[in-house]
Ligand binder design. Structure first.
Ligand code: ADP
Ligand code: MG
Length: 573
């Protein structure tokens, strides 16, 4: 930010997307809050009186001196940019110098402000041209309090054209929530008619904010990843490739949470939520086949990138932007999501002592009840397993027992898991099929009869070699590799003929080929399945979106067994 507020030169004004900035109570809130953020505030109090059409935003930012206060509501007056060149390196949320002026035009505007390092503040009232009409000294803390009252009081038609006060309040709430996601370190207090309406506590990232906004979601249902990536080279700006950009992603784990609508697939760029349909699509795609049908992920992406990559002047409210090198960013986002979805020892909660889990299992072993098949495992294969799982990036997941011929009980240094064998295997096979969909010739053709035209077409689409074999009979000469040698090959092929795309066929094939629940497994078999499963791209859910494993982390177990209790005390001694 350069020194003091100045009026922008005409040639800069002409380059800025013009438009009505203030069109609702929510817009007033957005503009005032963004000014507070630009002023470096860490605490923001928003008060709304919707019936009075009044908004007040108080912050503990840097404040303004009297000279700046007097100029603040002039048209195109800003302290944030000055020259045309500045437009390509915008780092502040505001830059047009229009908001306060517009507010003075359509409402009554009053600002109190005290600049950091000075002893007193000032209160200034403005007329509809943005000129100060009343100035007086004010005792106040460092920061700024802006009050906008009687919005559109002189414009009854515009008021009538606006949604009901209830709807406007909802818009105010969602405006604030959107901003909190991008600025998680701020303490927020929001009041309605002088009473506390809601508050948001600060956090390190949006991972701490989202659970305060979506009540059903807990902090542990989400995972966050911050990546630094190079900024792609860009024609005219030249040397930008050395600059680093930051990708911050908060993802709802698909086995923990999802939404009925794509309302939480959101993108922010440099501190502001934007519509970025292409990136939103990338996020939904990257989560495909990890969620139940017609369900959408919780996914919040914040790109902090060199300002020259973004052109904000697509829309007056800055809600839509042009992003340079779009496909590069799409690739980065895709790989960030893949990284979060993989199982990774670093993602698991703190370890305490794996010996405790050992002990716990010993207890359950002697008590019986579980189908423990430890005796089957030879020492040799146990050693092998240790070698296999000590690869970096893998969790040391050790198969210990099979429960009800359905779940694999596995131990790792930070806890234990129950893995459902059928869907874990289904996930493994599905990804193998996606990577390598292979049709093999059948030794004996499968004969199908009474096929409908749609079924025949579907088989041809999937690359199946089907030809007439007589009256209402067809011969199928090839099949997906996994199905070819199965006894139920014919049923499987019929299932595939019933519709869906290749992906659907792959899901169906994986599901049919995966080991059934109820099948006894040896320890080495279980271990092989665990090893294969934990390196899949989406180990958390099966392709239909069902969760694959239940984790019992040591920290949760310690809490459950009240291991922190001081024995003497809890016995009332
Ligand atoms: P812009 O934000 O585009 O610069 P505004 O009309 O919103 O334009 O604000 C004009 C100027 O007033 C800002 O550039 C800034 O210098 C000053 N200002 C506005 N609000 C605050 C605030 N809360 N704290 C400190 N300065 C502020
Ligand atoms: Mg502004």
């Amino acid at each position: 930010m350069n020194s003091g507020i100045q009026t922008l030169p005409k040639e800069v004004v002409n380059l800025i997307a013009a438009g009505e900035v203030i069109d609702s109570l929510a817009a007033v809130v957005r503009e005032l809050v963004e000014n507070s953020l630009d002023a470096g505030a860490t605490r923001i109090v928003v008060s709304v009186w919707s019936e009075q059409w009044q908004v007040r935003v108080a912050d503990n930012g840097t404040g303004m001196n009297l000279t700046d206060l007097q100029k603040a509501a002039y048209p195109h007056s800003t302290s944030k940019i000055n020259l045309i060149d500045d437009l390509y390196k915008i780092t502040s949320l505001g830059f047009r110098g229009e908001a306060l002026h517009s507010m003075a035009t359509v409402a009554e505007l009053e600002i109190l402000s005290r600049l950091a390092g000075t002893v007193e503040g000032w209160r200034v009232e403005y007329n509809s041209q943005g000129k100060p009409t009343h100035i007086e000294a004010a005792a106040m803390a460092i920061g700024t309090v802006v009050t906008v009252s009687n919005l559109f009081g002189a414009w009854p038609v515009r008021r009538q054209g606006l949604p009901s006060p209830a709807k406007q309040l909802r818009a105010v709430q969602s405006t604030i929530q959107q901003i909190t996601l991008c600025h998680p370190h701020i303490t927020w207090q929001v009041q309605q008619n002088g009473r506390l309406w809601f508050a948001i506590s600060p956090g390190a990232t949006a991972q701490q904010i989202i659970p305060q906004i979506i009540r059903q979601v807990r902090h542990t249902d989400l995972q966050q990843l911050t990546l630094e990536v190079p900024t792609p080279e860009q024609g005219e700006q030249g040397n930008s490739s050395t600059a680093r950009s930051k990708i911050q992603l908060v993802l709802g784990l698909p086995d923990r949470c999802y939404r009925r609508r794509a309302d939480w697939v959101r993108v922010a760029m440099n501190g502001r939520l934007v519509r970025a349909p292409e990136l939103e699509h990338t996020m939904i795609e990257a989560m495909a086949k990890t969620l139940p049908r017609d369900r959408y992920p919780i996914c919040f992406l914040h790109l902090q990138i060199c300002p020259s990559q973004i052109n904000w002047n697509r829309h007056p409210t800055k809600a839509e932007v042009y992003l340079h090198s779009l496909s590069y960013w799409q690739e980065q986002v895709k790989s960030a999501i893949e990284q979060i979805l993989r199982l990774n020892p670093d993602n698991l909660p703190e370890a305490v002592h794996s010996q405790r889990i050992e002990k716990l299992l010993k207890v359950s072993e002697t008590k019986g009840g579980y189908n423990l098949s430890r005796s089957i495992q030879s020492t040799a294969s146990a050693d092998e397993n240790v070698n296999q799982t000590s690869e970096p990036g893998l969790i040391e997941l050790r198969a210990i027992a099979q429960v009800h011929n359905m779940y694999i009980l596995a131990e790792h240094p930070k806890g234990m898991w129950l893995i459902e064998q059928h869907i874990a295997h289904e996930r493994v096979l599905y990804e193998q099929l996606c990577d390598h969909w292979q049709l093999v010739p059948l030794e004996v053709p499968v004969i199908l009869n009474h096929l409908r035209v749609a079924q025949l077409e579907q088989m041809q689409r999937l690359g199946l070699d089907v030809e007439p074999f007589g009256e209402q009979m067809w011969a199928l000469r090839n099949a997906p590799a996994l199905l070819a040698s199965r006894d139920d090959c014919k049923e499987a092929l019929l299932e595939l003929s019933l519709g869906g795309d290749l992906q659907t066929a792959q899901v169906a094939t994986a599901c049919r080929s995966a080991i059934r629940n109820g099948t006894p497994l040896s320890l080495p078999e279980m271990q092989t399945l665990l090893d294969q499963w934990q390196v899949t791209r989406n180990p958390r859910t099966c392709p239909h979106g069902r969760p694959i494993y239940l984790s019992l982390e040591e920290s949760a177990l310690a809490r459950f067994f009240r291991r922190h209790w001081v024995i003497g005390k809890s016995h009332g001694i």
